[in-house]
Ligand binder design. Structure first.
Ligand code: GTQ
Length: 391
């Protein structure tokens, strides 16, 4: 049955002069009548303010570079161009309660150390000299590597490459932490940590599906492995593609995990890498939780809430909570890979996780025209026809 707000059991009180006066009396006492807002604050299903958006790397990159010349790292703290969802400007979110941005560091630059309640993660777009020190562990990261900065850990970053700037993408749960009024921030008393001698020590310890001696004593709520290099990740996806069908909604998808628990890398944010086979078109589904995607390899189209977004390597796009979405690899010979991060751990731990399959059209949303009107100026248009084949 279609549900609407005129139903019995839903608020449906019409204004009268007496009621309007009454609402004024309540307001004067910092109170209000529930039935005037009930249908808004208890929607039938999620009503995100976030809209689907695609940010083109090609368009952002020159502006990210521009900041390098205009703002000193020491003055900016972090030199980052944020990606702001038109519906979430008030909280600086890219979607839902997730923040993302592109951080640029010039050759030889180093940022000071700080720590905060918000958790962070990094996905490297370009440059070979990036390093980060997280709780005293120096990590070197290159293109398509993924790294985490769990909440409360001291961290500082830099670029010791000689061949140009590093651009990496930051993902943080800042809007979530602020929504819960739980934010704290501290600058390191010495401005820098003293890193341990062994670079990438957690990567060296947690290799090849082996849990090292002593790992049973790891009791922190985040992964002891702090960086996940691209090469073994891609190898694993290729193996998975050979050995399994994968997900009808996401293709060959795997979650970056805490090796000790098998759970998400951090308590508030999870991350995945997925591979779409050549020509693959996934079925549409929707779920609670917001997702920020980055095209790590190849090119394709995603249909999000009925709108078409064409992406290529480096582009970033978001799927708001409960929005239908499906992904298409447009290339008939090359695979495509999408990195993504999400707030699923929060949804799961609070019992808010829900998911459903798109019921019609063989699991696909009606395909919008390639050059149709887009919801936001950043929406992609103009891609080639989407194949219907699935692997
Ligand atoms: O690297 O610590 O993009 O604290 C935003 C806030 C990066 C960071 C951001 C941050 C950081």
């Amino acid at each position: 049955m279609e549900q609407d707000d005129t139903m019995l059991g839903r608020a449906r009180v019409s204004d009268t002069p007496e009621l309007t006066a009454y609402y004024g009396e309540l307001e004067a006492l910092d109170a209000g009548a529930l039935w005037t807002v009930a249908n808004d604050i208890e929607p039938w299903y999620p009503q995100p303010k976030s809209v689907p958006v695609l940010w083109r790397y090609e368009e952002l990159r020159p502006l990210v570079h521009k900041a390098l010349g205009m703002v000193k790292a020491d003055d900016a703290g972090r030199r980052v161009v944020m990606l702001v969802n038109p519906g979430r400007k008030d909280v600086s979110a890219a979607a839902g309660l997730l923040y993302t941005g592109l951080q640029i560091m010039g050759p030889g630059e180093a940022m000071t150390a700080h720590r905060h309640q918000a958790a962070a993660l990094r996905f490297v777009h370009e440059g070979t000299g990036a390093w980060t020190v997280v709780d005293g562990q120096k990590l070197k990261v290159g293109p398509r590597d993924f790294a985490i900065t769990p909440n409360g850990t001291w961290h500082e970053h830099g670029n010791d490459g000689e061949d140009g700037p590093v651009i990496w993408q930051d993902g943080l749960d800042i809007p979530l932490v602020n929504a819960l009024d739980a934010g704290f921030y501290e600058v390191h008393p010495e401005l820098h940590q003293t890193p341990g001698k062994v670079v990438n020590s957690s990567v060296l310890q947690y290799a090849a599906n082996l849990l090292p001696y002593g790992s049973e004593r790891w009791s922190r709520p985040y992964s002891p492995l702090l960086a996940y290099p691209w090469e073994p990740t891609y190898e694993a996806l290729l193996g998975l593609a050979e050995a399994s069908e994968g997900s009808p909604y996401d293709g060959i998808i795997a979650e970056y995990t805490n090796p000790v628990t098998g759970g998400s890398v951090m308590p508030t944010m999870g991350a995945h890498m997925q591979l779409l086979r050549p020509g693959q078109a996934t079925r549409a589904h929707r779920h609670t939780g917001s997702v920020i995607y980055t095209a790590a390899k190849g090119h394709g189209v995603s249909v999000i809430a009925g709108q078409r977004f064409a992406w290529r390597q480096g582009d970033i796009f978001c799927v708001p909570s409960w929005a239908w979405h499906e992904h298409h690899n447009l290339d008939q010979s090359e695979d495509a890979c999408l990195f993504s991060f999400n707030d699923f751990p929060v949804m799961r731990s609070l019992g808010f996780h829900r998911e459903e399959a798109y019921p019609d059209h063989d699991g696909h949303q009606p395909m919008p025209a390639a050059t149709g009107a887009a919801a936001t100026g950043a929406a992609a248009t103009g891609a080639a026809a989407v194949p219907t084949a699935t692997a």
